[in-house]
Design a protein around this ligand. Structure first.
Ligand code: CTP
Length: 395
């Protein structure tokens, strides 16, 4: 996801410094080049060796270290960084940055840089609430710095308040958003649906299917990372909320239909990855249905086909979950539902599809092109689909 991106991660002297190890590790796993810069105070909490081990790269903390290679100084770090993140940043470093003080390697790097800068504060609640800190943050925000958090929760002092470092997911999500500014879906609005809708039978029971929402969520995240304004309309899933996108939760097909209808007016692309239940129950019981009545007969009525019924000046992308005649059935759905792109997958395949982190799909484009992709992560599949979307947008 972050292949080829250069990220400078500054860590200052807060107890939350240990959480920066997780951030550095996850960014590295996402294939970013992570250069960690520690303040003198941060080294009281975490060691350069730890960051060196998780990033596989040199760690910087002394501006005047004569052993540092000439091509890696605070100035070169500042120049090569695609984004600088300081997590955690203390009230002290916030104050220094707000006043242009450059008396350590982190502040000098920031002052020498023209790249985007993300600050994730973590401190005692009173220090955070103090009007001096608030004014400093306001000045930095007005100068274009991006502030993430802090979050409300238990603080090191034992009390609850606003001052906890935002989660790694939140901070990395913000980094991805910042880096997406030049992406090939910038200025585009993409609506994605995900998950399995639920159709109630009574207050306790419902009809649903095996979809977990992973493919739709991967698409929403991938579109965000390519600069799109994304709205995710999701049926219930156990997946974590995606940072930096608008999410609307729905339960059944009717709610999803309404949400999609209201959202598409401003959309460039609609991707229906949701597994919408094809049937809804007529006469949902208000009371729990008791088993003493013996055999239960349910009248199931076809639910509205969202993709078929929603049309407009946007690109429609659909999925075809099939157990046989994959390409033939997918092409039929493509024609009926007036799709630009259809993504067919064989739901009987054991190593892909429902619940798996991987998928093996065939992408069929309106121009008749058929791309049979090998097994790959759903995130990679999402990017392959978006590559086709970008082509369709340019046609
Ligand atoms: N879809 C939809 N509304 C429905 C059912 C499906 O918008 N009520 C969308 C799905 O999100 C998917 C596409 O239509 O993008 C195809 O869904 P799929 O379940 O493969 O096929 P169906 O059209 O439901 O037909 P069938 O179940 O008979 O294969």
């Amino acid at each position: 996801m972050l292949n080829g991106k250069s990220i400078v991660l500054g860590v200052t002297g807060s107890i939350a410094a240990y959480k920066a190890i997780d951030i550095a590790s996850k960014l590295t796993q996402l294939e970013a080049r992570v250069d960690v810069v520690l303040s003198k105070e941060a080294k009281q909490f975490v060691t350069p060796l730890t960051f060196n081990a998780v990033t596989g790269r040199a760690v910087f903390s002394d501006m005047f270290d004569a052993t540092i290679k000439q091509d890696i100084t605070h100035v070169s770090l500042a120049e090569t960084a695609d984004v600088i993140v300081i997590a955690p940043i203390t009230a002290n470093t916030i104050a220094k940055l707000a006043n242009g003080i450059a008396d350590d390697i982190i502040c000098s790097t920031v002052l020498a840089s023209k790249s985007s800068i993300i600050l994730a504060p973590a401190m005692n609640v009173n220090m955070f609430d103090n009007s001096i800190t608030q004014e400093n943050l306001c000045r930095l925000k007005n100068r274009g710095f991006i502030i993430v958090g802090p979050e409300y929760g238990r603080l090191a002092s034992g009390i609850e308040g606003k001052g906890r470092l935002s989660s790694s997911t939140e901070i990395i999500g913000t980094i991805c958003q910042v880096l997406a500014k030049e992406g090939d879906l910038r200025n585009k609005t993409v609506i994605v649906t995900a998950g399995a809708t639920q159709e109630s039978i009574d207050p306790i029971r419902y009809i649903t299917n095996h979809s977990t929402g992973k493919m739709g969520y991967a698409l929403a995240e991938a579109a965000r990372d390519r600069g799109a304004k994304v709205k995710l309309i999701t049926a219930p899933t156990s997946l974590e909320k995606i940072v930096g996108i608008e999410t609307e939760s729905v339960i059944n097909g009717e709610e999803m239909y309404k949400a999609v209808k209201e959202s598409v007016s401003s959309a460039d692309v609609l991707i229906m990855a949701a597994a919408v239940s094809d049937y809804r129950v007529d006469n949902i019981s208000n009371e729990k249905i008791k088993k003493e009545n013996g055999i239960l007969h349910l009248d199931l009525f076809p639910s509205i086909d969202i993709l078929l019924n929603i049309n407009g000046n946007f690109i429609k992308v659909g999925f075809a979950a099939e157990s046989n005649n994959l390409i033939e059935n997918a092409k039929k759905k493509m024609k009926e539902k007036k799709l630009k792109i259809i993504v067919a997958n064989d739901i009987t395949s054991k190593d892909s599809g429902f619940g798996s982190d991987n998928n093996r799909v065939i992408i069929i484009s309106k121009n008749g092109k058929i791309d049979e992709l090998p097994l790959m992560s759903k995130r990679k599949v999402a990017d392959e689909i978006l590559n086709k979307v970008v082509i369709a947008l340019s046609e």
